[in-house]
Ligand binder design. Structure first.
Ligand SMILES: [Zn+2]
Length: 366
């Protein structure tokens, strides 16, 4: 039986000016990112201890992790080493925190792999990571609040992964952050920064919400009878180039959930597991000519390459009814994660940093 579907509560309007503005911000940040990447590449990749991870300086966002983690073998498609037909070099896998990825080009001679050599696929929804699934729960957003939900989900997943690595496993579904608290602080900051009143959320709202996480922090919902109020903060974030499938897949394989935007039309609500969503073109209209695609935010939680097809898995905030799995699949969440074509992203996804900011990102007891 087909599960009942709801009309997705999407409220972000698709405005070209906003898109152009985001592209400009992205270009500006990309400049800084390139400088940082160059610095990173000069660093030798040596094994580090947890204590060293905790002490890492803010610029080191992708250290080499200690691999003492129990990982359930839950990749959808395991990456394999491949032999280069040009030079005979055996290209071993590249280790990342949660998954190993194939070498995307020959290390020996730089040649491209044969079709199928670099196939792989993984999703956080299928991972048992030290007995913890990185996705604790699926949210159900209020109308217009997809940005807040996506951002909060990414901070929560970051926290689950970080606490698992620090050998302090999180509770089954948590942490669950208080979206009302984020909304309240966002509105306050919006006024303090002298911005004009707005009906909808937009790209500026997204950046303002990130600043709330950086300066004020967002409360964790009280799920026990303890009297403490926990605040979750982040120290920094960055864009990843939206056209760079390897960079996005690598960040995901390192366990970073990435906030991104895409256009949605009517068909998205009927997406089934195993289907890849192809967002409608920006200037398209619905069959009855009444509706245009709307912008929506979600969280990338996995990547997949199968021959020439490249796509990502994304965690939505339309409850587990979205893209619902059969009861026999997986042992964690029952739905809520769909697949989207790799060229369907509206802008470069946003990475919230996890390590090296332990002092600020860790949960603070008040
Ligand atoms: Zn080669």
């Amino acid at each position: 039986m087909v599960p009942p579907r709801r009309v997705p509560p999407v409220a972000l309007t698709c405005k070209m000016s906003w898109f152009l503005w985001l592209s400009r911000v992205r270009r500006r940040r990309a400049k800084n990112q390139n400088t940082r990447a160059r610095k990173r590449n000069t660093r030798a990749a040596a094994a580090v201890t947890l204590e060293e991870i905790r002490a890492l300086p803010p610029s080191a966002t992708r250290p080499s992790y200690p691999r003492v983690l129990l990982q359930g073998a839950r990749s959808i498609k395991e990456a394999q080493p491949w032999n280069c037909v040009m030079c005979g070099y055996v290209n071993e896998l590249t280790p990342h925190l949660l998954y190993n990825l194939p070498a995307f080009q020959c290390t020996g001679c730089g040649a491209d792999p044969r079709e199928g050599d670099t196939d792989f696929g993984f999703s956080f929804a299928d991972l048992d990571f030290n007995n913890v699934c990185p996705i604790g729960h699926v949210k159900q957003q209020k109308p217009g609040e997809c940005i807040a939900n996506a951002l909060v989900s990414s901070v929560e997943i970051n926290n689950r992964i970080m606490m698992t690595i620090l050998e302090q496993p999180p509770i089954k579904k948590g942490p669950i952050l208080d979206i009302e608290d984020l909304n309240f602080k966002y509105k306050k900051k919006w006024r303090e920064e002298g911005k004009p009143e707005m009906k909808d959320y937009n790209g500026h709202s997204f950046l303002t919400m990130i600043r709330v996480f950086q300066t004020d922090g967002v409360k964790e919902m009280v799920v026990t009878h303890e009297d403490t109020t926990k605040l979750h903060k982040i120290s920094d974030w960055d864009w990843i180039n939206g056209d760079d499938f390897v960079a996005i897949s690598s960040a995901l394989a390192d366990g970073y959930p990435l906030v991104f935007g895409f256009l949605v039309g009517e068909k998205v609500a009927y997406l089934e597991p195993g289907e890849i969503y192809m967002p409608p073109p920006e200037d398209s209209v619905s069959d009855d000519g009444e509706r245009k695609p709307e912008r929506h935010f979600a969280v990338l939680v996995g990547a997949h390459q199968e021959k020439k097809v490249k796509f990502f898995y994304f965690l939505n905030c339309w409850d587990e009814e979205f893209c619902k799995r059969s009861n026999n699949e997986g042992d964690g969440i029952r739905g809520g994660v769909g697949a989207i074509s790799a060229d369907g992203l509206c802008f470069g996804p946003v990475q919230i940093f996890r390590f090296n900011e332990r002092k600020t990102q860790e949960v603070q007891q008040q």
